[in-house]
Design a protein around this ligand. Sequence first.
Ligand code: GDP
Ligand code: MG
Length: 376
Amino acid sequence: MLQLAVILPTYNERKNIARMVARIDAALQGFVWEAIFVDDNSPDGTADEVRRIACEDSRIRVIERIGRRGLASAAIEGMCASAAPIVAVMDADGQHDPILLPGMYAAVTSGDYDVAYASRFAEGASTEAWGRPDRVKASGFANAIARRVTGVDLTDPMSGFFMLHGETLRADANRLSGVGFKILLDILATVDQPLRVKEFPLNFAARMEGESKLDRTVVFEFLIGLYDKWLGRIIPTRFALFATVGALGVVVQFAMLWLVLSVILHERFVYGHWSGGEITFDIANTIAALAAMTFNFVLNNELTYADKRLRGMVPLLKGWAKFALTCSIGILSNIASADALKRLHISDVVAVLVGIVLASVWNFALSSKFVWGKYG
Ligand SMILES: Nc1nc2c(ncn2[C@@H]2O[C@H](COP(=O)(O)OP(=O)(O)O)[C@@H](O)[C@H]2O)c(=O)[nH]1
Ligand SMILES: [Mg+2]
């Protein structure tokens, strides 16, 4: 009878697949298991590589997602795609040692624990082989914050290597945020009954081949941790990030407006031409708005949608254009709604605020669909 499913989210891991399968096979001798690679249509052909191996070994499966990105959602979908009573999630790059799987399995099937996970920071664990002291530090910091704000008291709540009963996961799958990559933390913070967790020290290795996709997103881990605790229940985390970026954009717009106006005014002073106050202001404000929008686009791409980040000149330019289009409609709706409210004799401040809220929701809803994900 099928005992265990190992879920491996992948993005550009073609060269690591065969070795990963061999290592899992070696670690799980005597078990009835399957491994599901959840690949987000990696350009390097990871999914084809999995299919090649799967033709010879029916324990290996692939879920290829088109137009989707994201580690957490990949892990959730993989876990929900198996009939195995116990499911595990691990990285496919060799940083997580499959040798821990049998011990984790024994823990979750013993009845004493609901979840087993591998910690980079537990007693007896090590991160030396990783060769990235900067990231060890950043992760430690993000972990400390996450522990504080979520009350989940583990040495490494950001770990991506864990195992639990499929049932536990499925019972709450529709309430998980699926954003970013703190999936274990998400599960622990979401389920109603407290889960009994067994920690396994992990010798966190350097990745075998290829490069990290999450390197620059430690800041994101940190922000997510804060938001989830304080606002996560009321406002979706991704919207909270989007709104924060938007608020920073307002600051950028004012700063740019001031800068451009002072340059134009300076020019006028030097060359003595004057094109009329209104026009000067409109030009300056347009430049400022474009700058703020570009700033928002870049920041949203790096933070809010770090897990679906657009890369490369063409995708970035396309994304920027779509973002610009979305925002300009947002601005129109902002002005129109504020105007309508003012006519109803509602105070200016309230009218403007309602306009801003409406435009933010609009921008968020549209850009998350059309800029950072084909199908949402
Ligand atoms: N399906 C899917 N997998 C991803 C995505 N981003 C990262 N991964 C996989 O998640 C695992 C961890 O990512 P990695 O880049 O090694 O992050 P790091 O270990 O924190 O540097 C690897 O197996 C990646 O291939 C994604 O957007 N979608
Ligand atoms: Mg890795």
